[in-house]
Design a binder for this molecule. Structure first.
Ligand code: ZN
Length: 425
C-alpha cells in the first residue's frame, strides 16, 4: 500500500496543514510532516473534505446496464468526490430480496471505487401491495438498513406503518418518495402558472406535502426512523419543521437540481429538465435553501438518475423523469451555499453517513480515521461537457454551464480513486 503525504491542505476550511495517509487511515496531521516513503501531493489552495456520501443514487444494474452499471456509476461518484453511495432498489429485477441486494453489494466491491450500500425495496416489486423480505435483506451480506420504493410512493398507510414497525428492530429507516399517486395522475410538471401557460398536467405541491404529513405522524406513532427523499416544496419544509420540533425521528434530503433550477425550464420542452418530483418555483428554491442552511433539511442527495438516450431524447410526455447528479453535486452545493465548508461537510458527508449507518464514512480527516476523503479546488471553474462524464448516460441539466469547484483527488481507505481530476482505474 502506497503512503501519501498531502501538503498544505485546508481540512474542512481550516488553516493549511499536512496529512499523512498510510495503511488506509490518516496516520498523522500537522505542519511540516516528513515521510520519505510517501508520494507527495502538493495541495496548496485545496480543501480536504470527508469523502462525500450519497443517500440516493440510481445505478441501474441489474437490468439497465445500457444506462449505467455499478462500475460506471461508482466511477462517476468517485469523480464527484464521493466515497460511498446508497443504491436505490428500482432495478430490474427489483432489489427486494437478499439475493439482489447481495449482487449489487458484490458488484460494488468488485468495482472498488466507492462503497456501494444497497437500499432494499419496501414492497415486493415496488408494487405497493405486500412487504418485501426486509429482515432477510437486513441479515444479508449487504446489511441493508435503508428501505425505499423510490420512484413509487408507499401510498398505502397500513403498509407504511408496518414497514416502519419492522425496521425498528434493527434501527433501519424507511426512505419515502412522497407522492400521493391519485393527485399526480398524468402529471408532467409542477402545477402552477407555468403549467397553466403550457397546458401541461400539473404535479401539485400538496401531493408531496400530504404524504410527508401523514408519514411523520406515522413515524411519531411507531417511534421509527423516517427519511424523506427529494423534498421539493416550501410547504414540505414547514411540515418537516413542525415534525422536528415535536421530536419526530425524521430526516430529509434535497437534490442539487431542486436547489437551482425552476419550473420555467419546462417551457423549453427539453426532456432533460423532466424529473420527479418536478422542478418547482423560485419561492420553493428559496425555502429549500434556507431549510438546508438551518438543518430542517439534513442532507443534499443527488437522485442521480441515468437514462439511455432513447428514454430521454423524445417528446416531453414520453421521456423518463430523472437527471444525472453525481459528477456535479459538489459544484452545485458550492454555487448555492458558497464556501461554507463545515456546512457542506455536514450536509454531504457526515449527516448522510449517520443516517445510512456507514460508520467508516463521514469522518473529518484526523489521526486514526479511515482515509475516506476528497480534495476540492474551490477556485477552479469548469464547463460541464456531457461527453466527458464517466456516467454511461448524458442527461445532465448542466450541459455547457460553467460551475465552480473541481474534485482534484478522492481516496477510498487510503487508496486514490481519483488523482489530478482523473479516475485512477
Ligand atoms: Zn424518487
Amino acid at each position: 500500500m502506497t503512503a501519501y503525504l498531502i501538503r498544505n491542505v485546508s481540512v474542512v476550511g481550516g488553516a493549511p496543514t499536512d496529512l499523512l495517509i498510510r495503511d488506509g487511515v490518516v496516520a498523522e496531521t500537522g505542519a511540516g510532516l516528513t515521510a520519505p516513503d510517501a508520494t507527495v501531493l502538493d495541495a496548496t489552495g485545496l480543501v480536504a473534505l470527508p469523502g462525500l456520501v450519497d443517500l440516493h443514487t440510481h445505478l441501474r444494474e441489474p437490468g439497465r446496464e445500457d444506462a449505467e452499471t455499478v462500475e460506471s456509476g461508482s466511477r462517476a461518484a468517485a469523480l464527484g468526490g464521493y466515497t460511498a453511495v446508497c443504491a436505490m432498489a428500482n432495478t430490474s429485477p427489483v432489489a427486494d430480496t437478499a439475493g439482489v441486494v447481495e449482487q449489487v453489494w458484490r458488484l460494488g466491491r468488485e468495482a472498488g471505487l466507492v462503497d456501494v450500500q444497497p437500499i432494499g425495496a419496501v414492497t415486493v416489486g415496488l408494487a405497493g401491495e405486500r412487504l418485501a423480505e426486509l429482515g432477510a435483506m437486513a441479515d444479508s451480506a449487504a446489511r441493508v438498513r435503508i428501505f425505499s420504493d423510490d420512484g413509487h410512493c408507499v401510498a398505502d398507510p397500513k403498509l407504511m406503518r408496518r414497514a416502519l414497525e419492522y425496521v425498528k428492530a434493527f434501527d433501519g429507516v424507511v426512505a419515502q418518495h412522497a407522492e400521493e399517486p391519485r393527485l399526480t395522475e398524468g402529471a408532467q410538471m409542477h402545477e402552477g402558472e407555468v403549467s397553466t401557460r403550457l397546458g401541461l398536467t400539473g404535479w401539485p405541491a400538496v401531493a408531496e406535502e400530504a404524504i410527508i404529513a401523514r408519514d411523520v405522524l406515522l413515524a411519531e406513532h411507531v417511534g421509527s426512523r423516517l427519511h424523506i427523499c427529494h423534498v421539493s416544496t416550501a410547504g414540505s419544509v414547514e411540515v418537516l419543521r413542525h415534525a422536528k420540533a415535536r421530536g419526530v425521528k425524521v430526516t430529509a434530503e434535497v437534490t442539487p437540481h431542486h436547489l437551482l433550477l425552476t419550473d420555467e425550464k419546462a417551457a423549453t420542452y427539453d426532456p432533460v429538465y423532466k424529473v420527479n418530483p418536478p422542478l418547482r418555483t423560485a419561492a420553493d428554491i428559496a425555502a429549500l435553501r434556507a431549510a438546508l442552511a438551518e438543518g430542517v433539511i439534513d442532507i443534499v442527495a443527488t437522485d442521480h438518475a441515468p437514462h439511455a438516450v432513447e428514454d430521454k431524447e423524445c417528446e416531453w410526455a414520453y421521456a423518463r423523469p430523472g437527471m444525472l447528479g453525481l459528477e456535479t453535486a459538489l459544484s452545485i452545493a458550492l454555487d448555492v451555499l458558497g464556501p461554507q465548508w463545515d456546512l457542506i461537510a455536514e450536509r454531504m458527508s457526515r449527516a448522510p453517513a449517520r443516517i445510512a449507518g456507514l460508520d467508516s464514512h463521514g469522518l473529518d480527516p484526523a489521526p486514526g480515521v479511515p482515509a475516506n476523503l476528497t480534495l476540492v479546488d474551490p477556485s477552479a471553474r469548469r464547463v460541464v461537457e456531457p461527453a466527458d462524464l464517466a456516467s454511461r448516460s448524458r442527461n445532465t441539466p448542466y450541459a455547457r454551464m460553467t460551475l465552480p469547484g473541481r474534485i482534484v483527488a478522492t481516496f477510498l481507505r487510503g487508496e486514490p480513486t481519483v488523482l489530478d481530476g482523473k479516475a485512477v482505474k
